[in-house]
Ligand binder design. Structure first.
Ligand SMILES: O=c1[nH]c(=O)c2[nH]c(=O)[nH]c2[nH]1
Length: 280
């Protein structure tokens, strides 16, 4: 019996990169986490430990910092430059996937910034196979909450169902969304503009959709992003339901007309789906 390698890749994860732009006294700040993943003709290293085709993950990390010296631009374009380099300059490597998360800092002065811990990320993934590049962009952990205009009722009930129907609840989620661009020669300005439009569409769709379920909200959000950006063919959404339970104050002789809630933790509902442009 032989034991063959299946699909595999290797790279450096969690490359923390901060770049300060000093072109003027009003400094620019970029804060990224980069992940590289390379694959190709790497049977020898797996079968015999022959590393002649292995570009060390340490070198991959160094490449990220070296490329940042000349400027980053849109994370999508930076990821593409790196992915192309790893494949085009390394004979043993046939595919590169470079993922980037951008941590946004808010300016409070010419050289001063603030950022909450955790928080929303702008994300991208460039996948290059030596011929074509696929760019996927998105957001992660974009926290949204509506204090009303959310119901959940009329659902299937079996012998284990205890959930009461509600015609007014808090709807809260932490959005992860990704979408691919089909654009001719996209540049930094295209990516930044498209991201701003997608994020804006997502926020307004969440805010002004009267929700009968998180599933319905998911479709409304995806539809709004597709309408806002013609270069996007489909949107993938992952929406954890951050439950908020109306706290029973009756035990203390108090009413609770939708005022006091207990924010839930685990378990949580997870609503996921893809919204596509229908072609006739
Ligand atoms: O929007 C919701 N969708 C569900 O599928 C579901 N299930 C549940 O218990 N609460 C909710 N809320």
């Amino acid at each position: 019996m032989t034991f063959a390698m299946g699909p595999n890749n290797y790279g450096k994860s969690g490359i923390r990169l901060v770049r300060v732009g000093r072109e003027s006294a009003r400094h620019e700040l970029r804060d990224l986490t980069v992940h590289t993943a390379l694959s190709g003709d790497l049977d020898a290293t797996h079968y015999t430990g022959d590393n002649t085709g292995v570009l060390p993950t340490d070198s991959q990390k160094n490449t990220v910092y070296a490329f940042a010296r000349g400027g980053i631009g849109a994370i999508e374009a930076f990821a593409e430059r790196l992915a192309r380099h790893f494949v085009d300059a390394t004979p043993s490597i046939t595919t590169a996937r470079v993922r980037i998360e951008e941590h946004g800092w808010t300016r409070i002065g010419d050289h001063s910034f603030t950022r909450g811990e955790g928080g929303e990320l702008r994300t991208t993934e460039a996948l290059y196979d030596g011929e074509t590049v696929r760019i996927r962009s998105g957001v992660r952990d974009l926290l949204l909450l509506n204090t009303t205009d959310s119901e959940f009722n009329g659902f299937l009930a079996d012998e284990y169902t205890t959930l009461p129907e509600t015609d007014d609840r808090i709807l809260a989620t932490a959005v992860t969304a990704t979408w691919d661009y089909q654009a001719e020669d996209p540049d930094d300005a295209f990516y930044d503009h498209a991201f701003t439009k997608a994020r804006g569409a997502l926020l307004t769709a969440f805010a002004d959709t009267y929700s009968l379920s998180l599933q319905q909200t998911l479709h409304a959000v995806g539809e709004r992003i597709l309408k806002a950006i013609p270069e996007v063919a489909e949107v993938r959404l992952s929406l954890p339901n951050r439950h908020h339970y109306l706290f029973d104050l009756g035990r203390f002789g108090l009413d609770n007309p939708g005022v006091v809630f207990q924010a839930g933790d685990l378990p949580y509902g997870l609503i996921e789906g893809t919204v596509r442009r229908e072609t006739a």
